[in-house]
Structure formats: structure tokens, C-alpha cells
Design a binder for this molecule. Structure first.
Ligand code: PRP
Ligand code: URA
Length: 209
């Protein structure tokens, strides 16, 4: 069974409040999502292994730590996942970025895949699958399946807000994938929206609808 980590850092929780607020406009929404993504990336990389190397400072030689281990790959689920990519790249600038395009059919709520483009070496990378919303879990499960089918082995899932229903579905289908969220909300409504949530993440990021 995978673990669920909730980032309770005050800065993340504060910004999330204004992301949720319906009076927050597109520009500010986008900026806040970007900022929270940076803070979440800082937390999600806590377990990265380090190794010591020797360097020369201007006045002495010393041993100092650098990140070791697997390289990182970011995989936003289009389109709303895109809103978090630049924020993560601020702290992991060398990460490669793959894209999985999925939309949720409004009637069936089932994910429909329309685009997959990934770095060639995903099998060797520590992947972070990114989507602000984990609702029914259908999109996340489908994206992770699409990645595994193409050779991916190590993955984390990073979301802003999750519904308990979506968390359970991902844990049941992909027990090897840990989930990192800013908040697990109360429930899904009959239209598959997270309550209280933030509405439609893609529409709020890009000003559609
Ligand atoms: C939203 C969101 C997730 C999905 C979550 O995308 O960004 O990808 O819904 O719902 P689920 O957990 O029930 O699958 P949407 O389908 O609205 O597409 P968009 O990002 O292109 O707007
Ligand atoms: N997708 C969203 O953008 N918002 C929700 O609440 C559920 C799915």
C-alpha cells in the first residue's frame, strides 16, 4: 500500500486558501499555483540521496554534498498539470519533462488519452506525475498506466487537492506510487467535482469557460 503525504507547511496552506477562493482571478490563480508547486517540490525531494564530493573553496579544500541517485522527470497531466511544471522546475531545473494528455469525459467521467510524449530514458528516472486535482482518480491511474506501459518504474504523484475517493483508487491500482498533496478534501459531488475543492483547475488556470 502506498503512502499519502499531506504538506501542512503554513505557506502551502495559506496559498491554497486563495487558490480555492472563487474571487481569485486567472492571473493570481496561476501565480499561486506556480508558487505552491515550488514549495511542494521542495518537500517532495526531501528523500533525495546525497553524496559527498571534494571541492575547492577560495580558501580551502572541503567535502560537500551534492544530489546523487536517479535523475528526475516531470510528467504533467494536460492540461491543468502544466500549471505546476514551471514552479517545480525552479528547484529542479535540470528535470526533463514528458507530457500525458488526458481529459475527463464529462458524461462518463472516464479519462480519454489524446497525447503522450516522454523522455526516452524514463525507465531510469524518478518521475513526478503532476496534476492539481485527484478527483475520481481515473486520470491519475490512466496516466500512471501509460507511463508504466512505456517502461517507467519509479513514480510519485503530486497533486494540490485530492478527494478521498481518488486517493483510494490510486492506492488500490498502483500501490507502488506514493501520493503527495496539499490537502485531502471532503468528498466528490455527483458531477465528480471535489468538495470544497477549487472548481475546474484547467478553466481557472487558463481562463476558459
Ligand atoms: C481535471 C484535472 C485532472 C482530472 C481529475 O482535468 O486536471 O486531470 O480532471 O479528475 P479525475 O481524478 O476524476 O480523473 P480535466 O479532465 O478537466 O482536463 P483539463 O485539465 O484538460 O481541463
Ligand atoms: N477536475 C477539476 O478540475 N476539478 C475537480 O474538482 C474535479 C476534477
Amino acid at each position: 500500500m502506498s503512502s499519502v503525504y499531506v504538506f501542512d507547511h503554513p505557506l502551502i496552506q495559506h496559498k491554497l486558501t486563495f487558490i480555492r477562493d472563487k474571487n481569485t482571478g486567472t492571473k493570481e490563480f496561476r501565480e499561486l499555483v506556480d508558487e505552491v508547486a515550488t514549495l511542494m517540490a521542495y518537500e517532495i525531494t526531501r528523500d533525495m540521496p546525497l553524496e559527498e564530493i571534494e571541492i575547492n573553496t577560495p580558501v580551502a579544500t572541503c567535502k560537500s554534498n551534492v544530489i546523487a541517485g536517479k535523475k528526475v522527470g516531470l510528467v504533467p497531466i494536460l492540461r491543468a498539470g502544466l500549471g505546476m511544471v514551471d514552479g517545480v522546475l525552479k528547484v529542479i531545473p535540470t528535470a526533463k519533462v514528458g507530457h500525458v494528455g488526458l481529459y475527463r469525459d464529462p458524461e462518463t467521467l472516464q479519462p480519454v488519452e489524446y497525447y503522450v510524449k516522454l523522455p526516452t530514458d524514463i525507465a531510469d528516472r524518478e518521475l513526478i506525475v503532476i496534476d492539481p486535482m485527484l478527483a475520481t482518480g481515473g486520470s491519475a491511474v490512466a496516466a500512471i498506466e501509460a507511463l508504466k506501459k512505456r517502461g517507467a518504474k519509479h513514480m510519485k504523484l503530486m497533486c494540490l487537492i485530492a478527494a478521498p475517493e481518488g486517493v483510494k483508487v490510486v492506492q488500490d491500482e498502483h500501490p507502488d506510487v506514493d501520493i503527495f498533496v496539499a490537502k485531502v478534501d471532503e468528498y466528490l459531488n455527483d458531477h465528480g467535482y471535489i468538495i470544497p475543492g477549487l472548481g475546474d483547475a484547467g478553466d481557472r488556470l487558463y481562463g476558459t469557460k
